[in-house]
Design a protein around this ligand. Sequence first.
Ligand code: ADP
Ligand code: MG
Length: 741
Amino acid sequence: MSIIKLKNVSKFYYNKNTIASGFNKVNLDLDMGEFVVITGESGSGKSTLLNVISGLDSYEEGEMYINGEETSHYTEVDYELYRRRYIGNIFQHFNLINSYTVYQNIELALLFNGNKKKEIRGKILDLIKTVGLSKYKNTKVSKLSGGQKQRVAIARALAKDTPIIVADEPTGNLDVKSAVSIMKLLHDISSEKLVVIVTHNYEQVKDYATRVISMHDGKIIEDKKLKPVKEVKTHSLELRNIIFGNKLLLGLRNVFNIKVKFVLLFLVYFFLTIIVFSEYSSLRKINYDQSDFGFNYYFSDYSANRVIMNKKDKTSFSYEELENIKNTDNVESVVEDDLFLDSIFSLYNDEIYFSGPASNIQSIHKVDIGKLPENDNEVIVEVSEYDYYVDTYKEELLNKEFTLRNDTNNIVKDEKLKICGIIYNNDYSIYDMNNKLYLSNTVMNEMRKGNNIFYSTIELSINNHIFSTQDYNFLFTVKPNSKVNDGEVLVMQELNNYCKNYNCTGDPLNIKIKNIYYEDAVDLKVKNYYKKDNFNYLTGLKNYEENASTIFMNENDYNRLFTKDSYQISVFLSDTKKSSETINTLESSGYNTIYMRDILVDEIGEFRGIIKIIRGVMFLIATIVLFFISYFIIKIILKSRNVYFSTIRILGSTKKQAKQLLSIELLLDINIAYFVFILLVVLVKSNLLNSDYIKDMVTYFGIIDYILIYIVLTIMSLLISNRYAHKLFKNSVMSTYREEA
Ligand code: ADP
Ligand code: MG
C-alpha cells in the first residue's frame, strides 16, 4: 500500500475576487523507499503539490490518502498530528531560526517532540557531524553560508526521524558545488525513507532519483520510474508533547536571543509599567486627598492628621514618655489636654461669640491679623477664611474683652480675656463651623482643674443609700466651692430625705468616681444643706436654679478627684502620607492609637462613591487604550517573529504550544520591566537615586497596590500575546510564510 495516494486532487487559491488554480486533478502514488524528483517550469504547481503532500496546505477537490486513510475530513489538529508523525520539511529559503545556533535549531525540532534536553545531546551532535558542521555547532545560523544553512535544515529534518522528507528546491539558492554535495547528502541519509524533491536541475539528481515526475500548468505530464525500489516498511513516530521545562527554556531563550527585539519590548513594557503606575498613583492621590475631608460625630476636632492615644495599661503619661512621643519622626505636635480638643469652649461678649475647642497658645508662632500674646489673658482665635463677620470687623475685634465658658457653660476664669490675634483657617470644609481658641498656660491650667469630671461616673453614698450619675433616681453633680472647708460638703435640701430625722448634717458622705482610666474616692462629712433662701449666703453664688442639684466640696478635695495627669493625649502628624509608619512606631512603643483619618465619615458619601466609581472607570478606560497602543507597537516589533512561529509549527509545535511560548516570552519581558521599575523604586526610597517623579508616584502605595499593578500588567501582557497569537495563527502556516516573502 502506498504511503501517500492522491486521487483527482485539485488545489485552488482564493484571492479577493479571483480563483487561481495551484494544480488540477492530480493522481499520484508514493511509496516508501522512493527518491522522487519533481520537475517543471516555474508556476507549474510543484510547490503547491509538495505543500499539500506535507499537510501545510489544504486541498479542495479529490481525496488524499495517508497510509490508506482518507484526509478530506481532516481538521487542522489532524494535519498537525500528521505532520508531526510523517513529515520532515526542507525549503529553498531554509526557514531556520537565524538567531539560534546550529545546535539550537536542530534541538528545537526534538524538544517539540517531548524529548529531554540531556537525552538528545548525543543525537544532535551526531547529526551535526553527519552533515559536516561539527566546527559550527555553536555558531549562529545567520553567520553561515547558504550551503551550510541547507545542511542545518537537512539535519533538522532528519532529527525527527520521520518516514517522509519533503524538499522544495533545496539547492535553488546554492552554488553548483554545494548543490551537488547537498543532493548527495540527501540521498545518503534517506535510503529508508520516502524522499520527494522539487528541483529545476534534474542533472544534479539523476544519479539518485528512482522516479521523475514532470509538471506543466498544474498537471502531471510525465511520471517515470527509473530504478526499482526495495521494500521498506512504513513507520510512524510515537508522539509526545514538549515538556514544560523546555517551554520555559525556549521562552527564556527567545526573550534574549534577538537583542534589538529585547530592548524594544523592554522599553515598551517599561513605559507601560510607568504609565500604569502613574495613572494608578494619581487615582490613589485624588482619593487620598479627598479622604482628608469628612467629619466625626464623637470628636469635635476631626483634623485628619490627629491621632488619639492612651497607654495600653491605662496609666497616665509620664514626662519622659511625652518627650519621646514629641520626638518621634513625623509628629508635629502633642496636645496633652486631649479632652479640650473635643470640648466646646466659648468666648463671648455682648456683640459676638466664638466657640470651639481649645489648645495651647504656645504652639502658635504666627498670626494673620494682630500679634502674638504678651500676657496670660490674651487669646488667639482661629476662624474660617470665609467668615464674613470676622472679615468685616477684624480690626475692631482685637483687644475687645471676652468671657470664657467651658463645656458645661461655667465661667472658667473670672478675669476677662482679650483677643490679640486672628488666624485664618484655609482648609475650608463645609462641616467646620467651629472656630478654635488658643489659650495661655495659666488659662489652660484653670480649665484643666476638674477636667476629668466630663467623662467620669460619680457615685455618692450616704447612710447606705447609693446614687450614681448614671442612674436618674437622684440627679446631682459635684462642684468646687471656696466657702466649703477641706473634708466637708454642702448638700441640697432634697438629700435630707435619705438621712435620719430628715437632716444629713454631720453624716459621713462618700464620693467615688470612676472612668476608663482610674478610680478614686474621698470620705467627707456633711457640713450643712442649702435651700433657696440661704443659697447665696452659704455658697457665695447667685444663681440658685442653675446649681440646685450640686454638691459643693472644697477645691482641694475636688482637684484630688478630678485633676490628674494626662491619660489621653492627641498627636498631630506633619505628613499624613507617612501615617502608617508613624502609627506603627507609636503602637509598638506600647500605646493604643485611634487615627482620625480612619474614622472620618462623610455626609456626601454616596456622591463621593459615584465619583470614585467614575474615576475607577476612567482608569479602566485609560488602561484599555494603553493596552491597544502597546498591542500595536508590540505587534510591529513581533512582526519579525512570524517566521519563528511558522517554523516551530512546521517542526511539530501545536498552535496551543506556540501560543504558550509567546505568552511565556512576553510574560518574562513584562516581569523584567516590572522588576527593573521596582528596583528603581527601591533605589529612590533608599535615597541612592534621586527622582521626585518616582518618589511622588509611590508615596501613596502599599504592598497591595504593587501586587495589584503587577496583576494588571500580567493580565495585559497575557491579553496582548493571546490577541497576537490569535491573529497570527488564524492563517495556515504557508500563508504566513507567503506574507513574509
Ligand atoms: P511552482 O512551485 O511550480 O513554481 P506554485 O505551486 O508556486 O508553482 O504555483 C502554482 C500556481 O499557483 C501558479 O499559477 C501560482 O501563480 C499559483 N499560486 C501559488 N501560490 C499562490 C497564492 N498564495 N495565491 C494565489 N495563487 C498562487
Ligand atoms: Mg515553487
